[in-house]
Write a protein that binds this ligand. Structure first.
Ligand code: FE2
Length: 388
């Protein structure tokens, strides 16, 4: 997506005869919005269309939370029991037509099957965990702090090193992109953007795997089921590819924050956009430098967005009772802001060590059943002044 990449061996021109060890190769175009957007050309040893068998769909039901209350929520996702793999054991917390938001703490190092999301792009923030995303485009080593961008249709699987894993997962209706106001007319990131192409990690090349055995790809369809699909060859059989469509990584630690004389609102921290939502990164930075600045945010009513904040590490000075891995959800219709007693101590503070990921959606989020066991019922009342 961000720029042109070429890997492996490709023919000098598109759509011409290309042989590997005397045999024809098979070209596949992966493209967005028909043929009118970003695309990549992939060159396979075997026909990518050769499906040998389909399995019975595996349901992943989207259950709503049986709680109609519109209220701010604090979800203690640090209490999520670890277990399972990174696809089937995602805990869905909230969703709407644009987004499904989940967390996962997988303990399965890898799966024998591969995965492809047919109907959603995925943005996965790695809070804890290291390993490699093996994809048809090549390998993407990941580490804590990485945003892994997996456009739809990319066959891949995650392989975790031993250790604790914690992922924040966004599945989006549309493409996850760099913010357009940080790009020039040619797509290059501008000088004032908070990151540049040099910060983006793209797939490392891996030689084709030419094995003719049965391999399974679980294709996520409709957001609520997996369709097991069997090939009679290894899916990573590319001898080369080129184009603008591939998975990539940006580390939150490479995000260069802006600092203002007075408090800068979240649009200064936008990292990605997708239809119906934005993703912002709050990273360690000096505070505002006006001599009378109030660094702590003011109360605000997001009248047309729901705000999700995932707290990574550092001290979260505008919220009490929040710990690493907490999520707050502040829905439209209710103002939110710092809790009592935090304004005065913030005056004169020089810097913040907070690290957090924010997701603002422009349509209301529907709470999912998965948030029920993680819900902190006292959070709603945490803005009440202490009684003397
Ligand atoms: Fe907010």
């Amino acid at each position: 997506m961000p720029f042109y990449v070429q890997r492996g061996r490709i023919p000098r021109q598109r759509h011409i005869v290309h042989r590997e060890k005397g045999e024809h190769t098979y070209e596949e175009l992966i493209s967005r919005r028909g043929f009118a957007d970003t695309s990549s050309n992939l060159y396979h040893l075997h026909m990518p269309t050769a499906v040998a068998e389909l399995g019975a769909p595996i349901p992943l039901p989207r259950k709503k939370l049986e709680d109609p209350m519109q209220r701010p929520r604090h979800l203690r996702t640090q209490q999520l029991p670890p277990g399972g793999n990174w696809v089937e054991e995602r805990t869905l917390l909230a969703f709407n037509a644009d987004l499904a938001l989940s967390v996962a703490a997988p303990t399965t190092a890898s799966t024998p099957w591969f995965y492809r999301n047919a109907h959603a792009d995925e943005l996965i923030f790695v809070h804890h965990g290291r390993g490699v995303v093996e994809s048809i485009f090549g390998d993407l080593p990941f580490r804590p702090g990485d945003y892994v961008v997996l456009p739809r249709g990319v066959t891949h699987r995650w392989v975790f090193e031993p250790g604790r894993n914690k992922l924040l997962i966004l599945e989006t209706r549309g493409a996850i992109e760099t913010p357009s106001h940080f790009r020039n007319q040619h797509g290059q990131l501008l000088e004032h953007a908070p990151y540049c192409e040099r910060d983006l990690r793209v797939p490392e090349w891996r030689d084709p795997i030419d094995v003719k055995e049965r391999f399974e790809i679980r294709v996520k369809v409709g957001g609520d089921r997996l369709q097991p699909t069997f090939l009679s060859h290894h899916p990573f059989d590319l001898i080369g590819w080129d184009g603008f469509y591939y998975p990539w990584i940006l580390s939150i630690h490479d995000f260069m924050p802006s600092v203002g004389k007075i408090h800068l609102p979240p649009p200064a921290h936008v990292t990605f956009t997708a239809p119906g939502l934005v993703v912002c990164s709050f990273v360690p930075r000096p505070f505002d430098f006006h001599p009378r600045a109030i660094p702590i945010p003011y109360a605000h009513s997001n009248v047309d967005s729901d705000e999700v904040l995932y707290y990574v590490e550092g001290n979260f000075m505008s919220r009490r009772g929040i710990e690493s891995e907490s999520i707050t959800l502040h829905p439209m219709g209710l103002p939110h802001g710092p809790q009592p007693g935090l304004l005065e101590p913030s005056i004169g503070a020089r810097e913040t060590a907070e690290l957090a990921v924010m997701v603002d959606t422009f349509a209301p989020l529907i709470p999912a059943a998965g948030m029920g066991p993680l819900d902190d019922p006292d959070y709603l009342y945490s803005w009440l002044e202490p009684r003397s």
